[in-house]
Design a protein around this ligand. Structure first.
Ligand SMILES: Cc1cc2nc3c(=O)[nH]c(=O)nc-3n(C[C@H](O)[C@H](O)[C@H](O)COP(=O)(O)OP(=O)(O)OC[C@H]3O[C@@H](n4cnc5c(N)ncnc54)[C@H](O)[C@@H]3O)c2cc1C
Length: 457
């Protein structure tokens, strides 16, 4: 297996979807308007003449929009390729976080406003009304259990709590979202003012659920199963690249039909007795070549440490490809790749694949110690073949050998004087990526020329 050839591409490019962010925004806004209209149609504006009416009507609106946001959450997590193409995984994760918190706030508001409004209207007070609703209204007890699960998921997603639990625990708790949705679903149709006696509203609501779950089934199950069965990937070789860093080579059937670009990543599930149940994201560290796929993994925890001992022949299940750190984002003929640590992986693949004339490609690769530089020989060979410029930026910042931040604006400009005329692709530790972005802004590089990928969700 040779990984430094820059021969013509033998793998097809992923499908480009003609959908734009504005189309998605219009669809989301259109449904939001329909939901508001449904609320008005069911006479909620008439309720606004009294305080109790306002409170109850607001509770109803909060329920409708809270549920709508929960469904949007599921769409964001459906791993739909068109969403990935439009927003990129980093922005999807950001949206998921804030849509999630907003949904939980609205659903909690629904509970509080509804018992307060009803309690004031019939004189039983919020606590008495809570007891009445829990004990006599159909499915409300189940919906309350669902609400408690949503709150648990929200609390666990606050940064301070998130940091205290493993990724697997946090992810496992997130799976309770489906249970919470199921628990809440029936009470909407059974007691929701907007659905009682209105078959059109019920049909519309059901259609939202069906559309959302269809996306989930298609892209979280259908697409990965089809892809994995078609290509039957297996571990072909594992080699040590640097202390605590290995490359895993995978071969399979018809890899020349696997549509993927350099710079993209998959979720990999190695089918071993211990780890078949969990998938982890890793970028391709060599450009797709139709013969094999390669990932390069740094040992940072439980799973990545086990990968260092992966058996040859292990079957691999994949989901993807994902990510927009690719040549498709390019706006300029010249490109600068800025890598820190293991963030070199997608950039190493891009260095090999990105079309460029002599001198158009430059790489800054930051590592603390020379022995932490992964692929040094490969990078030098590719650079020589492609006429690319490479700067290995090695040393401990703050010492005599490197007194200044190597990514401060002047330092970047000294190494790459025409930086403002280039597209810049950045991948590395988050503080480094933030520092590079700040420096690029100081050098007047517009955001449209900066493309990055974070290795942490
Ligand atoms: C888009 C993307 C591409 C990546 N590419 C590479 C790569 O090419 N090479 C490389 O070495 N690393 C890469 N990573 C990072 C890699 O996925 C994590 O280091 C790895 O999953 C850690 O798992 P662990 O159990 O060993 O460590 P842990 O100690 O369990 O986790 C360390 C951190 O990794 C993240 N993480 C853990 N498990 C998962 C998971 N199942 N899904 C998502 N994130 C998780 C969490 O932020 C966690 O805090 C990439 C990450 C992302 C998001």
């Amino acid at each position: 297996m040779t990984v430094t050839s820059t021969t013509s591409r033998r793998a097809p490019l992923p499908r480009t979807w003609s959908i734009r962010a504005s189309d998605i925004a219009a669809l989301v806004a259109g449904n939001a308007v329909l939901i508001g209209a449904m609320w008005v149609r069911h006479g909620q504006l008439i309720e606004l003449h009294s305080v109790t009416g306002i409170i109850t009507a607001a509770g109803q609106l909060a329920a409708l929009y809270g549920t709508y946001l929960v469904l949007l959450q599921l769409v964001l997590m459906s791993r739909s390729p068109w969403l990935d193409q439009v927003f990129g995984s980093d922005r999807i994760v950001w949206l998921h976080r804030w849509v999630g918190f907003s949904a939980i706030l609205l659903l909690a508001a629904h509970g509080v406003l509804t018992v307060t409004g009803y309690g004031l209207a019939n004189g039983s007070g919020p606590i008495g009304e809570t007891v009445t609703m829990l004990t006599t209204y159909p499915y409300v007890l189940l919906a309350t259990a669902g609400m408690a699960l949503f709150v648990l998921i929200g609390v666990m997603s606050i940064n301070a709590a998130r940091r205290r639990v493993s990724y697997e625990t946090w992810y496992g708790i997130h799976l309770y979202t489906y249970l919470a949705i199921a628990l809440a679903f029936m009470h909407q149709l059974a007691v929701g003012t907007d659905f009682l006696g209105d078959p059109v509203a019920r049909l519309y609501w059901l259609a939202l659920y069906v559309a959302t779950f269809s996306l989930l089934i298609a892209f979280r199950f259908g697409q990965p199963i089809t892809l994995s069965l078609r290509h039957r990937l297996r571990v072909a070789n594992v080699i040590v690249e640097a202390p605590g860093v290995i490359s895993i080579y995978m071969t399979g059937r018809e890899l020349d039909r696997l549509a993927v670009r350099a710079g993209q990543w998959f979720r990999w599930r190695f089918l071993t007795p211990d780890d078949w149940w969990r998938s982890h994201p890793f970028s391709l560290s060599a450009a797709p070549n139709g013969e094999f796929l390669r990932i390069t993994v740094k040992d940072v925890g439980d799973f990545t440490s086990k990968l260092q001992r992966m058996r040859i022949g292990t079957l691999v299940f994949v989901e993807g490809p994902y990510g927009i750190l690719t040549g498709a984002q390019r706006t300029r003929p010249r490109v600068l790749l800025v890598a820190g640590g293991i963030g070199i992986t997608p950039l190493r693949a891009l260095l090999e694949e990105m079309p460029a004339g002599k001198g158009d490609l430059a790489l800054l690769y930051r590592a603390r110690r020379p022995r932490d530089l992964v692929f040094r020989r490969e990078i030098e060979q590719i650079a020589a073949l492609r006429g690319a410029t490479v700067h290995f930026v090695v040393g401990h910042h703050g010492t005599r050998e490197m007194p200044h931040d190597p990514f401060e604006p002047r330092a970047i400009q000294r190494l790459v004087p025409d930086v403002a005329q280039r597209d810049i692709y950045v991948c590395g530790p988050v503080p480094m990526m933030d520092a590079v972005r700040r420096s690029l802004h100081a050098l007047h590089v517009p955001d449209t020329q900066i493309h990055d990928e974070r290795f942490a969700f």
